[in-house]
Design a protein around this ligand. Structure first.
Ligand SMILES: O=C(CO)[C@@H](O)[C@H](O)[C@H](O)[C@H](O)COP(=O)(O)O
Ligand SMILES: [Zn+2]
Length: 197
């Protein structure tokens, strides 16, 4: 048991070390922060979509923006697409599970909005369909993936691909960088030097 505990913690640390050393990935994080800030300043929306643990991550990250992260400040428009269970169950039942996010993207989305498509495999079809709908509308699409990026890879404007093939380790990487993105957006928009950036 102790061996497994140490292995899992070590694996998680290794993934995070790889992220830290990946300058291209860290530059992508900066670019995503700039794009989200620009969108929010223009009254755009930041939408998040994921399944399972990634749905939890989606609503967690949305709440950091619509609620607050560190700073007492105005709310920002951010939401996770699965949170209305009446909507999700009706659309999954009446149309298809694949349609749940794409349909809401079409209902809510406007050019300049940002969609975070969170899928550890990059292959969940409801996420792919949401991305296709978002691209048609003129969103910026940020894909948060792992492994080889899957089908999301060629569809994303910006890719956060966590260097791991293990779903929970990938999710931990998504949350690390997702938290970082929320912190940096808040700092850029509301921090002490906000008027200068
Ligand atoms: O949280 C976990 C595993 O850590 C699971 O609930 C996991 O999110 C689900 O199996 C998802 O359906 C996986 O989908 P995806 O990440 O490949 O898009
Ligand atoms: Zn999980």
């Amino acid at each position: 048991m102790k061996d497994l505990i140490q292995k899992v913690i070590n694996d998680s640390i290794s993934v995070k070390q790889s992220i830290l050393q990946d300058e291209q990935l860290l530059a992508t994080v900066e670019r995503i922060v700039d794009i989200c800030t620009e969108s929010l300043r223009a009254r755009g929306k930041i939408l998040f979509a994921g399944n399972g643990g990634s749905a939890a991550d989606a609503q967690h990250l949305a709440a950091e923006l619509s609620g607050r992260f560190y700073i007492d400040r105005e709310p920002l428009f951010a939401e996770a697409l699965h949170v209305n269970t009446s909507y999700v169950t009706a659309v999954a039942n009446d149309y298809a599970y694949d349609e749940i996010y794409a349909r809401l993207v079409r209902a809510m989305g406007q050019p300049g909005d940002v969609l975070f498509a969170i899928s550890t495999s990059g292959n969940s079809s409801n996420i792919i369909k949401a991305v296709e709908a978002a691209r048609k509308i003129g969103f910026t699409v940020v894909a948060m993936t792992g492994a080889d990026g899957g089908k999301l890879l060629p569809l994303a404007d910006h890719l956060i691909n966590i260097p791991s093939k293990t779903t929970p380790r990938i999710q931990e990487g998504h949350m690390l960088l997702g938290h970082l993105i929320c912190e940096l957006i808040e700092e850029k928009m509301f921090g002490e030097a906000a008027s200068a950036v």
